[in-house]
Design a protein around this ligand. Structure first.
Ligand SMILES: NC(=O)c1ccc[n+]([C@@H]2O[C@H](COP(=O)([O-])OP(=O)(O)OC[C@H]3O[C@@H](n4cnc5c(N)ncnc54)[C@H](O)[C@@H]3O)[C@@H](O)[C@H]2O)c1
Length: 360
């Protein structure tokens, strides 16, 4: 049994040769790319056989692009491609397999059912990991005969570029596994951080301040998505605004995360998701993956509306105020205020200076 093994985390990570990635959507294909580039054979599996074919083509194309840009050696790319192994169904009989990384849809029942079936099919020493964004790792592992073999391994999108990876121990995870997964993450060139098994872990909890708040701003009609994104980029200095991020992640992923973080913190008001998010998700306005989200996408390229001119800019002529002018204007204002307060003054009670009366 995995929990009985006296294992050395560093040695385990160094010896990992094969991982199986189950669910080859946006995340699974990125995890497969990272593994294959890092010298690990990546078996790709999905309930939809066509998703596996698409993922292998996609990742191979990514390696070709890296070669074309001079960021990867052609021989290394060929070797990495050879380490992509499409296996089809998730339960296709296992050979040697050190780790299974689950990246299927964000739904507790789906993940639990998959791990229950996997537990019976994987070799005894195989470690199980979930890439869940927000579901409790402890709860995913709870129905397993041996919950100690499962931990959270939370990559971010796009996986090859986002170097941070959260490693999460569930309440029953064997003590050596989080360290071993962290060592594997380092071997693959990414940066692990141990995170608590709390709703949203670290990053998606902190991130509520950006995306959940954005959805509230949108539902109040206070600003358009494009304006929120521009402010986030230009003022906060973010590379990507929250609406662009939601389009990249997919609202079918992000909205359930907002809901599960909110319920996970016992319906904490400041984490409450917006009705607009659910409505948009149900309408299929998911983002890049459906060609339309907060922005339309044509051939995968975002179409952003032109920035509106600042109102009145064109008509107004620039005004130059000399420091002396400003002092004189302030003094005039003080004289006018005194005059308004003086009993019996013809200007008493007036709050605006009459037009044309500029000298006091
Ligand atoms: N998209 C993101 O930005 C992001 C970031 C971090 C973590 N995650 C998490 O990663 C997981 C996957 O997200 P994604 O964005 O890649 O989703 P996705 O919709 O792009 O891909 C999910 C894949 O899983 C497959 N699938 C569904 N049920 C399955 C099952 N029972 N067995 C095997 N395959 C199954 C689907 O066919 C699909 O190909 C989710 O838990 C999500 O919360 C997503």
């Amino acid at each position: 049994m995995v929990q009985d093994a006296e294992r050395n985390a560093e040695r385990w990570a160094r010896d990992v040769r094969t991982i199986r990635v189950i669910g080859t959507g946006a995340m699974g294909r990125g995890i497969a790319q990272l593994a294959a580039a890092g010298g690990v054979t990546a078996e790709l599996a999905d309930v939809r056989p066509e998703a596996v074919v698409e993922a292998v083509e996609y990742v191979s194309g990514m390696f070709d692009k890296l070669v074309a840009k001079g960021r990867m050696d052609a021989a290394d790319a060929a070797a990495a491609k050879a380490r992509l192994r499409p296996v089809g169904e998730p339960l296709t009989p296992f050979g040697e397999c050190d780790l299974v990384v689950e990246a299927v849809r964000e739904d507790m029942d789906t993940k639990r059912e998959l791990f229950a079936a996997l537990e019976k099919a994987v070799p005894a020493g195989t470690v199980l990991a979930t890439n869940t964004s927000s579901l409790p790792v402890t709860a995913i592992a709870a129905p397993l005969t041996d919950p100690s073999r499962l931990a959270g391994l939370h990559f971010f999108n796009p996986v090859p570029l986002m170097r941070l990876v959260e490693v999460i121990a569930g309440a029953r995870t064997a003590g050596w596994i989080p360290d071993a997964l962290a060592a594997l993450v380092r071997r693959l060139g990414h940066e692990p951080v141990h995170a608590p098994d709390a709703p949203g872990f670290l990053v998606n909890h902190a991130g509520r301040g950006l995306v959940t708040e954005t959805m509230q701003i949108l539902s109040e009609g206070a600003a358009e998505p494009v304006d929120i994104d521009r402010i986030a980029r230009d003022v906060l200095g973010l590379k990507m605004g929250p609406c662009e991020l939601l389009d990249l992640t997919g609202l079918d992923v992000s909205h359930p995360v907002m809901e599960s973080v909110w319920t996970g913190f016992y319906t904490e008001p400041r984490l409450r998701p917006s009705r607009v998010g659910r409505a948009r998700m149900e309408a299929g306005l998911l983002g890049r993956k459906t060609g339309e989200g907060f922005y339309p996408y044509v051939d995968g390229v975002k179409r952003e509306p032109a920035e509106a001119a600042v109102p009145g800019d064109a008509e107004r002529r620039p005004v130059w105020i000399h420091a002396g002018d400003a002092d004189r204007a302030r003094a005039r204002g003080r004289r006018w205020a005194r005059c308004c307060r003086r009993p019996g003054s013809r200007w008493s009670g007036r709050t605006r200076r009459p037009a044309g009366r500029s000298c006091w």
